[in-house]
Design a protein around this ligand. Structure first.
Ligand code: MBD
Ligand code: FE
Length: 289
């Protein structure tokens, strides 16, 4: 077990700006690692051209005024200045891209990556405990299961990576009071493809709401919540990586995720084993790359 440095700060006051600035840095680093893929001139002109004409259509159909146009410009500028583009894109847009891409992926259903993935987390054993503070709040949770090919073959030495918010809804790396690496790690499956990860049950998650994204939600009368979720990335040699999330079926907001990223196949219902530990099994099936 890896232990994250204990949290000494008494009164955490993380802000949307902390989180937004970190999400922007993380996105640029992840983008550099993924590499740049250029689209053809035809696709750029086709896609961007259609986006712009859809915007002009909305302006006409809603009879948009000059004050509304200027307010929109100010908001877009504030999103950039506050570093909230990763948040805005992943909350409002990513689910449509994921839905589209996942139509050609067999096996376990995917879901959006969101803005808070950080690479290079420690590799743990098949049976492991995520790095956490000695006094980490929340109900202990054990997620166990098997990674298999879609033909049923167990996949030994595959990687089940988890990242999640703490019981207060903060992700390490995006809130200064949470120790680096907290509640992030990679389980490596045993010879039978099995894994068992000890962590804490996530709580419903409120997206940062003091910044421009929050002001938009408030102006539209939309709530800022996601249902309690675990993020996962499952990798195996020769197989297509699956990025997904598991949702606690009994969580608030399962029917009104602000990021529109739930799928019925991704709900889990952990059961107390009689000792205060919630346990649940979920198997992952990957198709060949
Ligand atoms: C999250 O934790 C998240 O999963 C998404 C999609 C957007 C913002 C914060
Ligand atoms: Fe999340």
């Amino acid at each position: 077990m890896t232990t994250a440095q204990d949290n000494q700060s008494p009164a955490p006051s993380p802000t949307a700006a902390d989180s937004g600035a970190s999400a922007t840095v993380a996105f640029k680093q992840n983008a550099a690692r993924r590499g740049v893929v250029a689209s053809s001139q035809e696709r750029v002109a086709g896609i961007v051209g259609d986006i712009l004409s859809a915007v002009r259509d909305v302006i006409r159909s809603h009879d948009v005024t000059y004050p509304e146009y200027q307010a929109t410009k100010a908001w877009l500028m504030a999103v950039g200045e506050g570093g909230e583009w990763p948040l805005v894109m992943d909350v409002f847009i990513e689910h449509a891209v994921e839905d589209q891409v996942s139509q050609s992926q067999n096996g376990t259903k995917g879901s959006i990556e969101g803005p808070y993935y950080l690479p290079d987390q420690p590799k743990l054993g098949a049976t492991c405990t995520l790095p956490m503070r000695a006094d980490e709040k929340g109900t202990p949770l054990v997620l166990s299961g098997q990674v298999r090919d879609i033909d049923g073959t167990p996949l030994a030495a595959s990687e089940v990576e988890i990242w999640q918010a703490d019981d207060d809804g903060y992700y390490s790396g995006f809130a200064p009071h949470v120790p680096d690496g907290n509640l992030r790690g990679v389980a490596v499956t045993d010879a039978d493809g099995h894994f068992a990860i000890s962590t804490i049950q996530p709580a419903p998650y409120q997206i940062p709401h003091e910044g421009p994204t929050g002001r938009l939600l408030e102006a539209a009368g939309w709530h800022p919540w996601r249902p309690a979720h675990l993020h996962l990335m499952v990798r195996a040699d020769g197989h297509r990586t699956i990025t997904t999330q598991l949702y606690l079926a009994t969580s608030a907001y399962v029917d009104s995720d602000v990021a529109s990223a739930t799928k019925p196949e991704l709900f889990i219902e952990p059961v107390d084993d009689g000792t205060g530990v919630a346990r649940v099994t979920y198997d992952f099936e990957l198709e060949k790359a």
